[in-house]
Design a protein around this ligand. Structure first.
Ligand code: SF4
Length: 388
């Protein structure tokens, strides 16, 4: 017996949808960024900040996709409050040009003075290989070749703005240190040139710390190349060059980045793979700056974040994430140490309820401490009211 009526055309059976063609990670990241948007380069500063907050999938994904987070934050109505002024940027560039003038003579003198060089005499001249090539991949390949050639030649070489590749969460990031010097004994030294002053031989500790974390990322990237280069060794002491006192004369100090290197390396291995984060996003998610603020807000909220007050100094989305974290009443917005002290209480509401005796197990030491603190506060306020 036929399942269809004897007369009339058979019902239309909708065609089976063709399977969606598999997209590569690169295509998927381009879709997320916006097809016509050029990728925002991921620099060592951003990578060091990413490594400092490895639990943040939002930042990992946005950085891997090359999304300009400053533009995104502005579109969301929470522009970033940090960044270099145009004046500071130009002053930094002028200082760097001065340090590297005459084939890097002054730079090499400072380096030899502070670090020695694996040879008896101070460098009189150094090779400055041409590192130009098309695209970041081409420049990274050219840099690797120049490093190998300079190491084999056994002399001094100054690589000005080399390009280094480092795999981060399964996708490549391209990094550009100010310079790398190859010593005659095969040591490679990272050079960071900063425009903050070094007064009486020491500079602002927070700025030096940030420069050390940034340099540690370069060291990690260089180690990947050195592994395949006979006779090469990456120095864990980097040269930090700054203006001396209140002049624009260069001076330098050596910063040991072994600790920062170890921490960054460990944190980068803890990052969730970008493919895995991208696979959890709803179909059609995009951070294209041409989208409306509502669409961008939804896209941003579709990726988990791990806000902490430290984000304010390191991530362009900090004001947006802080606002969301406060709305959710998350205790993370009060700081990681506070979060650690509060144990199983994850929201401000739960903490207040526990302190007021409305919720929580009195045997829990955190709950007991909160109740004791609330009682002391009430006592103090009562005493103040009596005095008045
Ligand atoms: S500000 Fe937001 S996106 Fe940036 S690191 Fe912090 S939580 Fe992640």
């Amino acid at each position: 017996m036929s399942e269809y009526p004897a007369s009339g055309p058979p019902p239309q059976i909708p065609p089976t949808p063709a399977p969606r063609p598999a997209t590569t990670l690169r295509q998927r990241l381009a879709e997320l960024r916006g097809p016509s948007v050029a990728p925002h380069p991921l620099d060592a500063r951003a990578l060091a900040a990413l490594a400092a907050n490895p639990g943040c999938k939002r930042r990992a994904l946005l950085d891997a996709a090359g999304v300009n987070k400053a533009v995104l934050a502005t579109a969301l109505g929470s522009p970033a409050a940090f960044g270099q002024s145009q004046f500071a940027f130009m002053r930094g560039n002028a200082f760097e040009a001065k340090v590297k003038a005459d084939g890097g003579t002054e730079l090499l003198r400072l380096l030899y003075e502070r670090l020695g060089g694996g040879c008896e005499a101070a460098p009189q001249e150094a090779q400055v290989p041409d590192l130009t090539a098309a695209g970041p991949e081409g420049r990274a390949a050219r840099t690797a070749l120049a490093l190998r050639e300079a190491t084999a030649a056994g002399g001094w070489a100054l690589l000005d703005h080399p390009m280094l590749a480092l795999e981060v969460a399964g996708s490549p990031a391209y990094l550009e240190p100010d310079a790398v010097v190859v010593h005659p004994d095969g040591t490679w030294t990272v050079v960071e040139i900063k425009s903050f002053p070094m007064i009486d031989g020491s500079a602002d500790a927070a700025k030096v710390g940030a420069a050390a974390r940034q340099s540690a990322v370069y060291v990690l990237a260089l180690e990947r190349i050195a592994e395949k280069t006979g006779g090469a060794r990456v120095g864990h002491r980097v040269l930090l060059v700054c203006p001396k006192d209140f002049s624009n004369l260069p001076t330098a100090s050596v910063v040991d980045v072994r600790k920062q290197r170890a921490v960054t390396r460990r944190q980068l291995t803890r990052l969730t793979r970008i493919e895995d984060i991208a696979a959890t996003l709803p179909e059609g998610t995009t951070f294209d700056p041409g989208c409306s603020p509502q669409e961008l807000g939804q896209a941003v909220e579709s990726v988990g974040a791990a806000y902490a007050p430290e984000c304010l100094a390191a991530c362009e989305l900090a004001f947006h994430c802080r606002e969301k974290s406060r709305v959710q009443g998350a205790v993370e917005s009060l700081g990681r140490s506070v979060r650690g002290e509060l144990g199983g209480l994850t929201t401000v509401g739960a903490v207040l309820a526990a302190a007021a005796g409305k919720e929580g197990d009195p045997a829990d030491p955190t709950v007991a401490a909160l109740r004791r603190a609330a009682a002391l506060r009430a006592e103090a306020l009562e005493g103040r009211a009596v005095c008045h």
